[in-house]
Write a protein of this length. Structure first.
Length: 120
């Protein structure tokens, strides 16, 4: 059976944008994120806030190629870009003066992908 990729049109456009920007800007970080998003839904990354809290420093920029879940606590502000957020995760990130972004918005703000960490 031939693998067809994600059927969500929004996700397909995001993957296409990431691959295009990776090629144009010569930024391999966007290609890695596109590959992470191109996986089947059951294999796509889900990261809890407790993992983000343990592995980041204040004011860091991170990307989750999947979904951010609200389990755990966050005690410092970070800029988090992900394909989707749970309601609890979004509220807790904003409560500590963090920022929640769509991955496409981060690409527009930082086309070269400098100082971006991937948490998977």
């Amino acid at each position: 059976m031939k693998r067809t990729g994600p059927s969500n049109p929004e996700l397909q456009q995001l993957i296409q944008l990431l691959r295009k920007e990776s090629s144009i800007q010569k930024a391999p970080v966007w290609r890695v994120i596109a590959d992470g998003l191109n996986m089947p839904t059951r294999k796509r990354t889900e990261v809890n806030l407790s993992s983000i809290n343990r592995s980041t420093q204040p004011n860091e920029v991170i990307v989750v190629p999947g979904k951010v879940l609200g389990a755990g606590a966050l005690d410092h502000g970070v800029k988090v870009a992900a394909f989707s957020f749970s309601n609890g995760a979004r509220e807790r990130i904003i409560a500590v003066k963090g920022t929640c972004l769509n991955i496409a918005d981060l690409v527009k703000q930082n086309p070269k992908g400098t100082n971006v960490r991937i948490i998977a």
